[in-house]
Design a protein around this ligand. Sequence first.
Ligand code: F6R
Length: 365
Amino acid sequence: DKGNHRHFMEKEIYEQPEAISHALGHYIDFAERKVSAIAGSIDFANLSGLAISACGTAYLAGLTSKYWFERYARLPVEIDVASEFRYREVPLNANSAALFISQSGETADTLASLRYCRDAGLKIGAVVNVRESTIARESDAIFPILAGPEIGVASTKAFTCQLSVLAALAIGAGRQRGTISAELEQTLVGHLAEMPRIMSAVLNRIQPTIETLARDLSKCKDVLYLGRGTSYPLAMEGALKLKEISYIHAEGYAAGELKHGPIALIDENMPVIVIAPHDRFFEKTVSNMQEVAARGGRIIFITDEKGAAASDLPTMATIVLPDVDEAIQPMIFSLPIQLLAYHTAVFMGTDVDQPRNLAKSVTVE
Ligand code: F6R
């Protein structure tokens, strides 16, 4: 049942605040503002490393979590797409653990990577939506994302629930490893707790701007997304979402890679979507944006209030989100990324929930 939405994808985008509250309730003690004991779990305290593998959007959630595990838990993360990981002959240290992220819990390459790690004697954790899935069954510890059924082929609420659960795990791992203070844990958990409310406010506000922009985007052949820090995986997620449902060619790049190749593509026909909250990387990303502007590139600037105030570069459009802590930026900034892909596809008239050539669960290699 789509309720009063045109597509499941749209419904699932709007369900995110509620889905995330529900998911976080499982991992967070809101009264104490700390991560609850991570039940039946991996002992993060004594790990020497964490190997993560997954596919598609789940991989991009994993890539985002690498920044968190490394920053908050000082835990080295090895991450790759499962189709590469499974054949790469990764030398695994028995003192590391492996984490697999999958909405369906049935993705063939992810399952094969899991079995490879299990045979190497690693402790296995699964971040899944479907708790009865094969990946969940074959794991030592299950971390459910509790997103509820996701019908749209393009993943939306599963992505932000994966991010939320992974953020909680990274903070919990930081506590176990003694790499974050009790005070920082409380602050970070406080940010996670306020996230659903911020998301609702953003969802209620940005649609008109996004729709106008989507009309322009639907006329383009190619789109480039740029971001730094955790906005880099989000740039790739934005490009993935757009190409999946609108069939417009899109690429996501680390902003710092611009001058190593993609800058050759910049002209007035290719919009560049710059994802740049006012974080530690802002100035750097703005200088990349300058390089785009100097070559006549059209910029769609997705930023926050501080970021909008700090840049006066001409843009084709600027989407301004509230200022939020770095820890929750990826979830908040996912919203315009998802809605932009969605409305562009609606303008194109594609089959948004069942895009051509794609399946919700990829059980063959
Ligand atoms: C993107 C998308 C796919 C899946 C990928 C992994 O919108 O839906 O990229 O994320 O096929 O699927 P799961 O998470 O079921 O392993």
